[in-house]
Design a protein around this ligand. Structure first.
Ligand code: SF4
Ligand code: SF4
Length: 106
């Protein structure tokens, strides 16, 4: 799990609008990042779907992760609608990073 987290910090946190100039997260303790919160589920969605269609993968992620997330109600998510969920915002980069880590291992 650490290797995924490390790669995501280097690739995603570094460009995230919620990070500082050193790539450190600026969310406070009352806010949580869905990328960290749901990392095992995100990895599993990416690893169990080898489709090149990123939209299909994104839909699977929403079916798996968003249904478990407190921010979503009746299929609507106020964070996603305001582009405030880093998982939704950077999903293609997140999926690509996870696949790259897996390629390095195998
Ligand atoms: S919000 Fe998430 S993706 Fe963005 S810097 Fe913080 S931990 Fe990284
Ligand atoms: S898009 Fe909304 S429901 Fe889905 S993980 Fe992000 S905050 Fe949670």
């Amino acid at each position: 799990m650490d290797k995924y987290l490390k790669a995501l910090k280097q690739n995603v946190c570094a460009i995230c609008v919620d990070s500082n100039e050193k790539g450190g997260c600026t969310l406070n303790e009352k806010e949580s990042c869905a990328v960290e919160l749901f990392l095992p589920q995100i990895i599993s969605v990416v690893q169990n779907n080898d489709s090149d269609d990123i939209q299909e993968l994104h839909n699977k992620l929403r079916e798996t992760v968003c249904v478990q997330c407190r921010a979503q109600e009746n299929g609507n998510c106020y964070l996603r609608e305001d582009a405030n969920c880093s998982l939704d915002r950077y999903f293609s980069l997140i999926a690509e990073t996870i696949r790259r880590v897996d390629e390095e291992i195998t």
